[in-house]
Design a protein around this ligand. Sequence first.
Ligand code: ADP
Ligand code: MG
Length: 227
Amino acid sequence: MIQIEDLTKVYRMGDEEVAALAGVSLRIERGEHVAVIGPSGSGKSSLMNVLGGLDRPTGGHYRFEGEDVGQFDDDALAGFRRRRIGFVFQSFQLLPRLTALQNVELPMVYAGLPRTERRERATALLERVGLGPRKSHRPTQLSGGQQQRVAIARSLANNPDLLLADEPTGALDTQTGQEVLALFRELNAGGLTVVLVTHDKGVADQAHRRVAFLDGLIVSDDHGGKA
Ligand code: ADP
Ligand code: MG
């Protein structure tokens, strides 16, 4: 599904250059559940942002199901993000003035889905993440774990091929984090490809595969015999 080769991402800050990704090659097959681990600043988010089409690499190749994402223009990249990718962030990134239902509907608004279909699908997604009864609540009326569930429902709105989660439990207590992770495992068991960044070794151990970063490079890639 994903094939990256010698990927680099260089940030320029004044005269200084930081190689957030220093030549990364990685293949991920459809249906995998991959944990990306490594210390802060090692390039994990930079990788996720490139995989999700939120950012462009400085060099190297990125192919997604055979398509050369690196060659996409801005419109093609936006379409790629909308149709193929679900993104979940540590800070939820919900719109505070919208209800849970409206937050989940939003990607379908951009995708041009008719209102009735949107509403039905958003309702079903919120039920799927256990938040049916909370669909009219705004983010501030929900706990962190509930907000992250809304964000997960939203990430599924346009039926993505790949779910990317960048430290999705970073702002949650352990118990709530476990519940959110169980949801990712369930989605993966249903066939969705999941790539999840985490600091937490216990969390990483629940994935089929662990890819460890250090200084912008992959330093280990461990299938742990489970994949
Ligand atoms: P991680 O997610 O593993 O903490 P990041 O990918 O966020 O790592 O960052 C990798 C390196 O790139 C760090 O040194 C970070 O400071 C730098 N970096 C990340 N984003 C930017 C940016 N927008 N501008 C400048 N430097 C950045
Ligand atoms: Mg990060």
